[in-house]
Ligand binder design. Structure first.
Ligand SMILES: C[S@@+](CC[C@H](N)C(=O)[O-])C[C@H]1O[C@@H](n2cnc3c(N)ncnc32)[C@H](O)[C@@H]1O
Length: 154
């Protein structure tokens, strides 16, 4: 494995078949990243940029507006300091700067990952978010725990 900046990918030209970037493109110098991806990809290689999005919550296999709204209420609090990347993520990378400057661009909005979680699993998932941890650094651990507890009770 090699670690490198997206704008200076380690590796020779035409050496990889796939370049992926999950929920990180908004942080990049995008034209430089695209140029680097183009350099390291073999001809007809694939560049895939994608992101997590705000989840839809199902209960026993049925979409739940109520549970999704509870998630959204918590998300609004812990993601409030996560800007401007948050806007790009919520927009589904619709800003023109994410358009791939290569032929054959495909936008796929039909691919979602299902994840089955218990209530405690959802709270643990929230704790993994960088923006949740940022909120805790800003507002204190008590505020973070209170938000999780409030979400659990709802
Ligand atoms: C929101 S996290 C997403 C992490 C992971 N891809 C995922 O989906 O869980 C954004 C990541 O982008 C990385 N990142 C930001 N700017 C970068 C850059 N210029 N080159 C490489 N990585 C960068 C950060 O270090 C961070 O790990």
């Amino acid at each position: 494995m090699q670690v490198s900046a997206a704008e200076e990918i380690q590796g020779p030209a035409e050496s990889v078949q796939l370049v992926t970037a999950c929920t990180c493109c908004p942080y990049f110098d995008i034209p430089r990243f695209f140029a680097e991806a183009d350099r390291v990809l073999v001809p007809a290689g694939i560049l895939a940029i994608y992101s997590f999005t705000v989840p839809k919550v199902y209960h026993n296999g049925v979409f739940s507006t109520e549970l999704t709204n509870i998630w959204l209420q918590a998300y609004k609090v812990f993601a409030c300091g996560w800007s401007p990347v948050r806007k790009d993520v919520e927009d589904g990378y619709r800003d023109p700067r994410f358009r791939l400057p290569f032929p054959g661009e495909v936008r796929d909005e039909g691919h979602y990952q299902d994840q089955t979680l218990t209530l405690d699993g959802v709270l643990a998932y929230i704790k993994t978010f960088g923006c949740y941890q940022k909120m805790v650094r800003r507002c204190g651990a008590k505020r973070g725990e209170a938000l999780l507890q409030q979400t659990k009770e709802r």
